[in-house]
Design a protein around this ligand. Structure first.
Ligand code: GLP
Length: 257
């Protein structure tokens, strides 16, 4: 893993966006050969929001061409109507699709509106494969080490699946809802194996609440108890941290950005 540490969240957004733009541009050149267009994997949560804004700015400056780019969300709650303001369908629309200027049909979110959630999860994995796989996967991390909604204990080779959310995840996400009782208990998430299939990944984390999970992800064993540690098996991951999120890492494992 290439671990870049910057002073604050603003700078993390800029550095992450530059990596994403460069990787998307490289994917565009690769895909020109077969006439397809790059595929972006997108995370919800607060951590990537600045990066999305800066990617949009870099596109305006001509550093990356977003025309024809499609996006796949990592996950979606089960039990919220698609038009609920906190459904990831709506969150991705607001925070990714609109700023990046992507058309509605270019953005995909797991369909949790059907009765057969397992079939919807399998269909989502197939849709990613049909798009030629994810070129650039943007990630945040939960304080318990989850990525997407892959909670501790998730098999490292899992595909898109139904998950029961950990209490820690529900309480962390309660800030987006009226109370923890309003946070769904289930979700569909890309699996760790699905995320591992992306050609490159860019993970952003800021704040001391993430420091322990980051240390386990970077320096701990590859272990389902820290789902993000599966990224050690991924060949091309850039991690962008502020000083607080990096505070439990040895200086020798990181570089300043
Ligand atoms: C949710 C999402 C994750 C995200 C995590 C961290 O649980 N499913 O994809 O990484 O929140 O969110 P934040 O960046 O707001 O800390």
């Amino acid at each position: 893993m290439d671990v870049i540490v910057v002073p604050d969240a603003d700078r993390a957004g800029i550095v992450a966006a530059e990596v994403v733009a460069d990787e998307l541009a490289a994917a565009g050149r690769r895909r020109d050969e077969d006439g397809s267009r790059p595929v972006l994997g997108v995370a919800t949560g607060s951590s990537p929001l600045d990066a999305y804004r800066h990617v949009a700015e870099l596109a305006r400056l001509g550093r990356v061409d977003l025309a024809g780019v499609s996006a796949f969300a990592l996950d979606e709650y089960i039990g919220l109507p698609a038009d609920h303001p906190e459904s990831y369908h709506e969150v991705v629309d607001r925070t990714v699709r609109v700023p990046l200027g992507l058309p509605p049909d270019a953005v995909h979110v797991p369909d949790t509106g059907t009765s057969d959630h397992d079939a919807a999860a399998a269909a989502y994995d197939r849709a990613i494969a049909d798009a030629g796989g994810i070129d650039v996967q943007i990630l945040g991390i939960g304080a318990n080490g989850h990525i997407g909604f892959n909670e501790p204990g998730t098999p490292l080779d899992s595909r898109t699946h139904v998950v029961e959310l950990a209490e820690r995840t529900r309480s962390d996400n309660a800030r987006f809802f009226g109370s923890i009782d309003d946070v769904p208990t289930l979700a569909i998430t890309q699996g760790l194996g699905t995320i591992g299939d992306s050609l490159c990944a860019v993970l952003i984390a800021t704040g001391v609440a993430k420091a322990e999970a980051i240390a386990a992800m970077v320096a701990g064993p590859v272990d389902p108890r820290c789902p993000a540690s599966s990224l050690q098996l991924h060949g091309r991951v850039t991690v962008v941290l502020d000083d607080a999120a990096a505070s439990r890492l040895d200086a020798g494992r990181v570089r300043r950005g």
